[in-house]
Design a protein around this ligand. Structure first.
Ligand code: AMP
Ligand code: MG
Length: 334
């Protein structure tokens, strides 16, 4: 058992202690603008193995290498195609992961045996100070137990990983609350493997043309991002999606059964007074819905409900990423 220290208001000295832990092959959880990451030295195979053990993560699901400058990208990628250069210039630092050809020094544990590597330059002062102090790319997935909603607060990381890792850097609430957009830049036309806060519309503006991995449109297709094949983000209770057309069923169920949770917009919650509810924000504010989504799912786990009704959003812009996560959390899809 390892005692877990939570660093609140970290100082320069704290970051240097965190960097030392990484160089010793240990794990440190850190905040980013998307979700909290569970980091290890991105060149240390044994340290990266620990990530899989601690998270109970399937070995075929690769990690993302986090860098704190564009120069550092060269330490992990052996080729940067024009599309990647344009995307880094437009959106870095930011909630975007690019899939590039990997350098041979990257351990196969990080990339799950693939010839490519995910690279991300997070837009968070603490993340950057931490990577800088470690002086190495940091391999990290989300800092949750596999299959749980990703953590967007230090408290959520602590719930899942206390006594398993030595340190959590507390950066408060994550700004976006959904994992990064993943774009494969090794395919002829860049391909979105996972939707996120850098939307398809924003990518098209820079690149002209982008594809969407067929698995994002057809649940029978095999996803190119190995992690997207799992029933991720799963709350403990069954989760059912609803929209304004199916409101009657929701009202009936909430009225007649006790342990039913309602994850919905403030507008809908005004119409349905549910006993156990989580307000994810206004229907018109997708940023707020994205930022609150995983805390909502974790809230219902604590409430021990049998069924969660979750309100759908539009499918455009950030709504594409929100609906992708909601579908993955729901029991009747994927
Ligand atoms: P997480 O940060 O927990 O969301 O996990 C990292 C995500 O990045 C997973 O969905 C992985 O499948 C994906 N990923 C990492 N490296 C690659 C790669 N080389 N090719 C495709 N997907 C990747
Ligand atoms: Mg994850």
């Amino acid at each position: 058992m390892i005692e877990t220290r939570i660093l609140k208001n970290p100082t320069a000295e704290d970051f240097s202690v965190a960097g030392d832990l990484i160089r010793e092959g240990k794990l440190v959880a850190f905040p980013t603008e998307t979700v909290y990451g569970l980091g290890a030295d991105g060149f240390n195979a044994k340290a990266c193995d620990k990530i899989f053990a601690v998270k109970e993560r399937p070995a075929d699901n690769p990690l993302i290498e986090h860098v704190c400058s564009l120069e550092m990208v060269d330490r992990v990628a052996r080729e940067i195609p024009l599309a990647a250069e344009k995307l880094f210039a437009a959106f870095s630092p930011g909630p975007l992961t690019l899939i590039l050809k990997k350098r041979p020094e990257i351990p196969s544990e990080v990339t799950a045996g693939l010839d490519t590597v995910g690279v991300r330059f997070p837009d968070h002062d603490f993340a950057r100070a931490f990577i800088k102090a470690a002086d190495t790319p940091i391999a990290a997935p989300s800092a949750n137990i596999s299959g749980r909603p990703s953590p967007t607060t230090a408290q959520a990381v602590f719930e899942d990983l206390h006594n398993k890792i030595p340190m959590i850097i507390d950066g408060g609430d994550c700004n976006f609350g959904l994992e990064s957009t993943i774009v494969d830049c090794t395919s002829e036309i860049p391909t979105i493997l996972r939707p996120g806060a850098i939307t398809r519309e924003m990518l098209v503006e820079i690149l002209g043309e982008v594809q969407i991995d067929s698995a994002l449109k057809d649940s029978d297709a095999v996803p190119k991002a190995p992690g997207m094949k799992y029933r991720h983000y799963a709350p403990r209770a069954a989760l059912k999606l609803f929209n304004q057309d199916s409101l009657d069923e929701v009202i009936f169920t909430v009225k007649n059964f006790n342990r039913v949770g309602l994850l919905a917009s403030s507008e809908t919650l005004e119409k349905i007074p549910a006993k156990i509810s989580f307000n994810y924000g206004s229907r018109h504010d997708l940023r707020s819905i994205a930022a609150n989504l995983y805390e909502g799912l974790r809230f219902f786990d604590d409430q021990e409900v049998d069924l969660i009704f979750a309100e759908e959003t539009v499918e455009t812009g950030l709504g594409f990423a929100i609906m992708n996560r909601l579908r993955k959390a729901s029991s009747n899809d994927f």
